[in-house]
Design a binder for this molecule. Sequence first.
Ligand SMILES: [Zn+2]
Length: 253
Amino acid sequence: MINVKGLVIAERDVGESAKSVTLLTGAMGCIEVYVRGGKKSKKSISSTQLFCYSDFSLEDKLDSRGDIHYYYNSSEPIKLFYNIRLDAKRAALACYFAELLLFSSSCGDGSGEVMRLTLNTLYMLDKDVDDIGELERLKCVFELRLLCETGFRPALVGCHVCYKHLCPEMHFNMKTGQLTCPEHTDGVDALYDIVFDEVQLFAVRYIALVDQKQLFGFKISEKYLEWLSGFTGRFVEYHFGKSFDTLKFYKQL
Ligand SMILES: [Zn+2]
């Protein structure tokens, strides 16, 4: 028997009465858990719904090939993120975050930072967020920081040639993740070259580098938020090599 805190990021029906859920955990990455009678059982119903965060007690069994399978035993809900499910736009954004998590390599390495980022973002999303700009801000933070925590953190401290920290314009290469000052832009691949002004650079640096405790503590104007959302969306598409249907759905609402 093992005990682990986990957040449900996917659920699937198995046969007529059972289901399986994917749990994001800080200690074990993503794990699949089989819930016997899961569709009807009152015992498991609140903890095994999408976006519920609970303390799970699981049975682990080895099969003949040496793979471990996890079975639900009991759970104690910690946070149900109930408000997210009450609002279509917020629910759609949370589904996009879940799809990113399932697709990202975070499912393999058990990163505590990914867990922390996800819970902190859902706590923000669970508050009364009526402002569409605030939802966009959460989207930008989650997209960029998730990539940072899963091995794609760009080198944003300064120009990669002369280490200059700040210029009115800095070139960012999407492919290499490096910054270049205007003096050293020779050879920048135009296709992957994005020019940051100082505000844009500050916003991207902040999200990528600040301690997670302060991650949501910045303000941004409507104009720059629109730019930032385009940038972080492109960053995700570039590194994951695909676009996400859940994002398209969120944008349509
Ligand atoms: Zn330079």
